[in-house]
Design a protein around this ligand. Structure first.
Ligand code: SF4
Ligand code: SF4
Length: 374
């Protein structure tokens, strides 16, 4: 067996020796110059595997969007266009209906008739967040993927991104929790019969169509807001996810009790700070022994850049000794959870919302005229 490759890197304490490579200029840390032996970490594929999963889910989201648009057009055109099946996956964009259905399901044990697919996807994403932290945001969510590509584009074109100062970052970050609290309050305050009546109302039945119309028939204010978010996302990492996304806020709260977290082994760490520089959530990965923050989305970017073998890993269980989670295992785990829950819903006949054709012919062309029942 060949001996492991051993490299030397400066650490933060000890007598002065010759400086070595990769000084972490961007971190602003002071690094003294005692050489520390380390074994170079090799063969990380986490970001390639994550990209493959992101591309897969983004392709599904685009396919669902196109099919849903064609389905809506069929009813708007009075049956004159190509008829396609309604893709229940569109209900992933109805988080409030999913929360309402989840509450009704938990209190009654009965699977709802309307928009149940959204509830099953919410349960799958919560389960993923419990087991793998907020991996939903960095591995699955198409908005998270778009946000990441935007700041990577900004970094490639302008050479850098910008971090908000704490006095701005902390209050802005709390906005997503305030939005989540409002939604949760509305759902908690609504009795189950009212939830059922709301979802079975004309407004509730075509809530998905109204969501599509929001983007198709967007007003000036909404368009300007989205344009600001898109441009801002080029310069600030994951702006939407960090500041405004209530779905991500919910996943982050669930992740607080997750047994999975990034752990740093101080003995193997060479204090290069590359992990902290790479972290899109701005977390102090290079100084903490474990990352419990609700902002950690299990993207493994920090692990991917860490040069020292055994210094940084995504681990599951209460102790580091329980072992690192390889990226392929994370990918396989979240796919098994997602496909398992969706597959169960399909197999059990809960996946589709069954409504008569006439209802859709009657409601969809007039979706914009339907007012909120309360
Ligand atoms: S700590 Fe690591 S896994 Fe968590 S968000 Fe930062 S880079 Fe991603
Ligand atoms: S854990 Fe962070 S600071 Fe330590 S060696 Fe790895 S990248 Fe460098």
């Amino acid at each position: 067996m060949s001996a492991p490759l051993v490299f030397y890197r400066s650490t933060v304490a000890g007598p002065v020796r010759t400086p070595v490579d990769n000084s972490p200029k961007a971190s602003g840390r002071i690094v003294s110059r005692l050489k520390k032996a380390y074994t170079r970490r090799r063969g990380d594929r986490s970001q390639q595997i994550r990209l493959a999963v992101q591309l897969g889910f983004s392709a599904i989201a685009i396919w669902v969007g196109v099919q849903f648009y064609m389905w809506v057009r069929y009813y708007e055109a009075g049956g004159a266009t190509l008829k396609v099946a309604r893709p229940p996956g569109v209900e992933a964009w109805l988080p409030i209906a999913a929360l309402m259905n989840t509450k009704a399901f938990l209190l009654t044990g009965a699977v709802p008739d309307i928009h149940a697919a959204g509830m099953f996807m919410l349960i799958a994403f919560i389960a993923i967040s419990f087991i793998y932290r907020k991996a939903f945001c960095s591995w699955i969510c198409p908005i998270g993927t778009l946000s990441e590509w935007l700041w990577q584009f900004g970094q490639a074109v302008f050479g850098r991104t910008f971090a908000m100062p704490p006095w701005l970052d902390i209050p802005l970050r709390s906005l997503k929790y305030i939005l989540l609290a409002l939604f949760v309050y509305v759902v908690v305050a609504m009795p189950v019969p009212e939830i059922r009546a709301f979802l079975a109302s004309p407004y509730g039945l075509v809530a998905d169509v109204k969501m599509l119309n929001f983007f198709r028939l967007m007003g000036q204010t909404a368009a300007i807001t989205i344009a600001i978010l898109l441009v801002g996302s080029i310069f600030i990492k994951n702006l939407w996810c960090r500041v405004l996304c209530p779905y991500g806020a919910l996943m982050g709260i669930v992740a607080l009790v997750s047994p999975t977290r990034i752990r740093r082994n101080a003995d193997a760490c060479i204090d290069c700070a590359k992990c902290a520089v790479a972290c899109p959530s701005g977390l102090p990965v290079d100084t903490a022994l474990s990352i419990r923050s609700a902002e950690c989305n299990a993207c493994m970017s920090c692990v991917a850049v860490c040069p020292a073998s055994g210094a940084l890993d995504l681990t599951i269980g209460l102790k580091r000794a329980n072992g690192p989670v390889p990226p392929w295992a994370l990918a396989a785990g979240l796919l098994i959870i997602f496909l398992g829950i969706v597959g169960y819903a399909q197999h059990a006949g809960y996946w589709h919302t069954h409504l008569p054709e006439e209802t859709y012919f009657e409601l969809i062309p007039h979706a914009e005229e339907l007012a909120h029942p309360r």
